[in-house]
Design a protein around this ligand. Structure first.
Ligand SMILES: [Ca+2]
Length: 310
């Protein structure tokens, strides 16, 4: 019995040593593999690359799920994938490479996933970030008078019923004044019975159907000879209702940020690519020089949050 026990114990030790050797080989293989990955182009280098190619993706039964990225612009994390596809954790491409997705995470802009490739011999593991959304900032730092325009000095009533006033275009110096949020302002005064105002017309590159959100930011101030009429009001033109939608306003003579956000029916606010913003002083002017209505714009911008994939 004792012998047998010793023999059994010896067999256990031999088995244990075998397991340790096997584990060492596996660990060594992983280390070598990691070294090999670090020395070549890895999937991680595809960060921010919206053209990562997954061709001829098939499920585990060999059926083509879809010709993903045949045109180099479709992403396996495209929100338009079916629920089943989004839940998919294993696929094979045309060459039989297995593709596994792990730790998928979507932060509202980008999708991150740990991807594991295998060609049957080598396993490649890496993390890929896919840009799914982006923000395009439009301001007068570039393109003033070319793809975006600003107009002065006044309009009436508040707000005007058409989107073509004021209609005196800014000079290049005026444009410089509103190109950055630096305390340098474009100042304009109204004549009797008019409200001092600035109108901004932006050309938006993105299709309205791909836009999730429009955010407008204006910095400046509006002052009036009647203290109760101090401040300014920010509007955006709605092409469907053919009228201005009020974003926000203030009621004192301080420099202020006025903002507004559009998250639904974005197409109502863009027509042939044009988006119109108006900021109007809250009161009108009278004839005497001291009976003023003045608008000051330091900076204005439009931020468009859009989907990269449709
Ligand atoms: Ca400025």
């Amino acid at each position: 019995m004792m012998r047998n026990f010793r023999n059994d114990r010896g067999a256990q030790i031999i088995t244990l040593v075998g397991v340790i050797v096997a584990l060492t080989i596996v660990l060594l293989a992983i280390v070598i593999n990691a070294a090999a990955i670090s020395g070549q182009k890895t999937v991680a280098q595809e960060v921010d690359d919206v053209h990562y190619v997954f061709k001829n993706v098939r499920d585990v039964y060999g059926d083509v799920l879809r010709q993903v990225s045949d045109n180099g612009s479709v992403n396996p994390f495209n929100p338009s994938l079916t629920a089943a596809e989004l839940n998919m954790t294993r696929m094979c491409n045309a060459h039989g490479y297995a593709i596994l997705f792990r730790d998928k995470f979507y932060d509202g802009f980008n999708a991150t996933a740990k991807i594991i490739f295998s060609d049957g011999q080598t396993v490649y593991t890496d993390t890929v970030v896919y840009r799914l959304r982006a923000i395009h900032v439009y301001d007068f730092a570039t393109g003033a008078g070319i793809d975006k325009w600003a107009y002065k000095p006044q309009c009436s009533p508040k707000p005007p019923t058409s989107n073509d006033v004021p209609n005196t275009e800014f000079t290049s110096n005026d444009y410089n004044n509103i190109s950055s949020d630096d305390g340098i302002m474009q100042e304009d005064s109204a004549q009797q019975k008019y409200y001092a105002a600035h109108r901004f017309n932006f050309t938006i590159e993105e299709d309205a159907q791909n836009i999730n959100q429009i955010h407008v930011f204006w910095n400046g101030k509006g002052i009036n000879w009647k203290s109760k009429d101090n401040g300014a009001t920010l509007y955006i033109w709605n092409y469907t209702s053919n009228s201005y939608k009020e974003f926000s306003s203030n009621s004192n003579e301080s420099e202020v940020n006025l903002t507004g956000t559009i998250t639904s029916n974005v197409g109502d606010y863009i027509d042939n690519g044009y988006l119109i913003i108006l900021v109007e002083q809250n009161g009108s002017a009278n004839p005497q020089p001291w009976q003023y209505s003045k608008i000051y714009t330091d900076y204005v911008k439009v931020e468009v949050l859009y989907q990269i994939y449709d």
